[in-house]
Design a protein around this ligand. Sequence first.
Ligand SMILES: [Zn+2]
Length: 81
Amino acid sequence: MLNITLDAALTLYFSFYIGGIFLVWLLFSQRRPKWLHAHENIKIWQCSICAFIYLHRDTPLSRCPRCSSYNELARSERGSQ
Ligand SMILES: [Zn+2]
């Protein structure tokens, strides 16, 4: 049978525990999740027909989710990029 003191067993247990947490942190800190990238180019749009305010990607045209009309990006927003 393996002869080991309580101190050594506790040290081994906690070092593996902390090492595991460190490895998981290292793995997840290397890559950013996709949902973080998805919100980088989101703009606030206001429909010119029904005045509904919604979020959409930074594209020249977007479709209103309420009335389905197409909206053009305002000139002031285009110039600010
Ligand atoms: Zn609309």
